[in-house]
Design a protein around this ligand. Structure first.
Ligand SMILES: [Zn+2]
Length: 151
């Protein structure tokens, strides 16, 4: 996935609006910003913006940068098998590795960045790689619901 300054800048704008705009903020308008300024399709942008808004309800105390990093990484998430995802790492976002593996098991997410950074699995903490998977799954669910509506 290409991560250029333009995509980062427009995603940052969309995430800032999604995270901090008033409750009646227009998701469609936010998605349009991303689409016009970056090389993303409209439905994906709308689904990601809505997913970030939903995540904000779950994590009201996380910072704007946390949501931004989750949104950007969510665009490159790949599901490698059931409940296992590979999340791309970006040096621009402070990642040391080029990919991270996130697992969902026993009702909990875990990420291999915990083990890499601290030498043990610390699954209680939600890192932005886990958040990226949460955005990805929520966005995917929306996209398939919308596509389902077409038939
Ligand atoms: Zn992680």
């Amino acid at each position: 996935m290409r991560l250029d300054r333009r995509l980062l800048r427009s995603l940052r704008r969309a995430v800032r609006l999604a995270v901090y705009a008033a409750e009646d903020a227009e998701e469609v308008g936010l998605a349009r910003i991303v689409v016009e300024e970056a090389d993303l399709d409209y439905a994906t942008a709308l689904a990601v913006v809505e997913a970030v808004k939903e995540l904000r309800e779950l994590f009201p105390h996380k910072s704007e940068s946390w949501f931004l990093r989750a949104a950007v990484r969510s665009l490159g998430v790949r599901e490698v098998r059931g409940n296992v995802w590979v999340v791309p790492g970006f040096p621009e976002l402070g990642d040391y590795y080029s990919e991270y593996v996130v697992r969902f098991s026993g009702g909990k997410y875990s990420c291999d960045c915990f083990a890499r950074s601290y030498g043990y699995v610390r699954s209680a903490r939600i890192c932005t790689h886990v958040a990226a998977v949460m955005v990805y799954r929520r966005a995917r669910r929306r996209l398939s619901a919308w596509l389902g509506d077409l038939y």
